[in-house]
Write a protein that binds this ligand. Sequence first.
Ligand code: PEP
Length: 248
Amino acid sequence: MRKPLVAGNWKMHGSRASVTALVEGLLDLGATPCQTLICPSFVFLDQVQRQLAGSDIALGAQNLDWHDKGAYTGEVSAEMLVEFGCSHVLVGHSERRSLFAETDVQVGLKVEKCLSSGLTPVICIGESLAERQADETFTVVQRQLDAVIRQVGVTALRHGIIAYEPVWAIGTGESATPEQAETVHVHIRQYLAKQDENISQNIQLLYGGSVNGENAADLFAQENIDGALVGGASLKVDDFLRICRAAV
Ligand code: PEP
């Protein structure tokens, strides 16, 4: 039985004060009803780690570098993230791929680094609008998955999570319909099943792209949608909790 997970990607938002208030808001309302993960900017990890002490909410980062350490100005290592209480890392978010030219190969290296460091990678995959219109959705997600599997092997995905995030739905207010999302999730499971039935059945498949309090329940009602990766709506306590409640 796959557990539902709702993850918040806070992107490059927040200040000391607003992040403190957001975490307090989540904690004030008691235990979040489903497995919950929040991913603040690197600079807030320390304060959020302290605030979350003793809570069930997991802490994640939005990126990492795959090298152990060294002269990589501006980068953050897996070891650093572990020291700051992270259990998860978003890897290959479409904004990293499109705005920072992150390649499929680099995504594979980052996933490998997460796994060897005891961090759970949330592997983000998804097609652009042009790719969807050209009927290339399945080809794109397969290519993105293949790059990871080539690097770490399919069985290593038992320690990973996949987030299907169609690029055209991220931050646009235009979510995929539950049926559109479910179609791709089913395809991902079938694709994985050809390589490892166990991984295919057990891996958590999140949907991401304009999830909010209104549309979450319908998305989560789909058999193969195990939760959500949430951007904008994760910055408001009430909206995020509404999504978490819809997941159980
Ligand atoms: C995201 O950034 O992963 C995301 C899904 O953003 P939004 O929910 O704002 O579309």
